[in-house]
Ligand binder design. Structure first.
Ligand code: IMP
Length: 199
């Protein structure tokens, strides 16, 4: 039978990407749909720790009687070679608390300046809580940081990240192409695979 999961995120872009990547295999409920509000904490110092924290926060607050099979959350980091792996787990608030995507990109481009080594990767860890048990799924994509923004699709650091073997940034790609190669797309593919074999 089709699984019904709550995705522990307030990020509408992630919700759109994950819904598209999972297709009809799994039904996803957003936090708005289950009437859960509030800022989900992410204070751990690893992607795995943050994914677990977000999934647990929602798991512990599920409305009574809600018929769902589990809760999952993702945490993503942009790891830049020349910056020793920064911003990594701190990617969301790289330019400070409550900063915008643009603030983060400005800080990243300034930190890199004219550095020749532009290598970077995105890594996503998904934590699924099912029957109170945690399961983890990871995805990674390698690429480079561009010297300026390109494209208007996507979100976050997408305009300055160009994946290997492509000549365009994530922000210049249709969603299905990004999902087929991205950190989150690959992690979600593993989650989908888990359900395909668990049934
Ligand atoms: P978090 O997983 O929501 O903590 O995301 C960490 C940071 O990385 C945030 O600033 C996001 O906007 C950014 N981010 C997460 N996923 C992506 C992506 O797929 N592309 C570009 N930026 C992303």
């Amino acid at each position: 039978m089709k699984k019904r999961l709550v995705f522990a995120t307030n990020n509408k872009h992630k919700l759109e990407e994950v819904r598209a990547a999972l297709g009809s295999a799994v039904e996803i409920c957003s936090l708005a749909e289950i009437g859960l509000e509030g800022d989900i904490p992410e204070t751990a110092d690893t992607l795995q720790g943050n994914a677990l924290q977000k999934a647990q926060w929602v798991w512990q607050r599920l409305p009574q009687g809600l018929a769902v099979d589990g809760v999952f959350a993702d945490d993503t980091g942009l790891e830049v070679d020349a910056l020793g792996g920064a911003p990594g787990v701190y990617s969301a608030r790289y330019a400070g608390e409550h900063c915008s995507f643009d603030d983060n990109i400005d800080k990243l481009l300034a930190a890199l300046g004219g550095t020749a080594n532009r290598k970077a990767d995105f890594r996503t860890v998904i934590c699924l809580i099912e029957d109170g048990v945690e399961h983890y799924f990871e995805g990674r994509v390698d690429g480079i940081i561009l010297t300026e923004r390109h494209g208007a699709e996507g979100f976050g650091y997408d305009p300055v990240f160009m994946p290997d073997r492509f000549a365009v940034s994530f922000a210049e790609m249709p969603l299905d192409v990004k999902n087929s190669i991205s950190h989150r797309g690959l992690a979600v593919a593993r989650l989908k695979d888990y359900f395909a074999h668990a049934c």
